[in-house]
Design a protein around this ligand. Structure first.
Ligand code: PGA
Length: 252
């Protein structure tokens, strides 16, 4: 498939395994004929093995929302990229603002996690974004560029082929507020230029937008050439709405 847009569901700490089955029984039947959209669902760790049953012959990929940066060892409670690969995941979200804020993940930790994910032949969805105050102070570009620089330190151009960037302004996550189409496009352009000209990693960097994307506003973002898709939280929990967002991506 020639992928034109990515639609990635970040379910966060939502849906038990039975709720996941319920969703997937309805959803997976309806997703047969996608031509240009890569659909990824990132459920809880526990639901990843059972998602395999639904995604096997479908065009749905499975992602995780986090991982530890070593493959195995005495790290009680952690899950490694190696385990995720073995369970059927293809993507891992890293650097989400909720992990940075509530779990104190620094750029250095995110960088180690990225390297571990790539070593295990998984793809990274790297989240970056500014706070409301940083935007008010016009620091959004410097904040995002610093996050990229830290997270991608030591990454080689050949590794970058397996990394997608998700621009998620923190003040837009779960709040119903979104950036304007103009601002989202501008940030996507700045990220692409930074990755290409400053970090010299790729001329074709994939940049998604995330933060309160839903079926009513997805067209605004997916219609922008420089925005390669969306990372969707709340709106991806309802199969009807998620399906609509995927259709918008297919038609854009
Ligand atoms: P939201 O979450 O769509 O509920 O704003 C997006 C995200 O945090 O990835």
């Amino acid at each position: 498939m020639n992928i034109k847009k990515y639609v990635i569901a970040n379910w966060k700490m939502n849906k038990t395994n039975s709720e996941t089955v319920n969703f997937m029984e309805k959803f997976s039947k309806r997703i047969e004929d996608l031509k240009s959209t890569e659909v990824v669902i990132c459920p809880s760790f526990l639901a990843i093995p059972l998602m395999n049953e639904f995604c096997k012959d479908k065009k749905i990929k499975i992602g995780a929302q986090n991982c530890y940066f070593l493959d195995s060892g005495a790290f009680t409670g952690e899950i490694s990229a190696k385990m995720l690969k073995d369970s059927g995941a293809e993507y891992v979200i890293l650097g989400h603002s909720e992990r940075r804020e509530y779990f104190e993940e620094t750029g250095n930790i995110i960088n180690k996690k990225i390297k571990s994910v790539l070593n295990n032949n998984l793809k990274v969805i790297l989240c970056v974004g500014e706070t409301q105050i940083q935007r008010e102070n016009k620091q959004e570009y410097s904040v995002v560029k610093n996050q990229l620089k830290d997270a991608l330190s030591g990454i080689k151009p050949e590794d970058f082929e397996n990394i997608l960037i998700a621009y998620e302004p923190i003040w837009a996550i779960g709040t119903g507020k979104v950036v304007t189409q103009f601002d989202a496009r501008e940030m996507a352009v700045q990220i692409k230029e930074f990755i290409s000209l400053e970090l010299k990693l790729s001329k074709n960097c994939i940049v998604l937008y995330g933060g309160s994307v839903n079926a009513s506003n997805a067209k605004e973002f997916f219609g922008v050439k420089e925005i390669d898709g969306g990372l969707i939280g709340g709106a991806a929990l309802k199969e009807e709405e998620f399906m609509k967002i995927i259709q918008i991506a297919e038609n854009s």
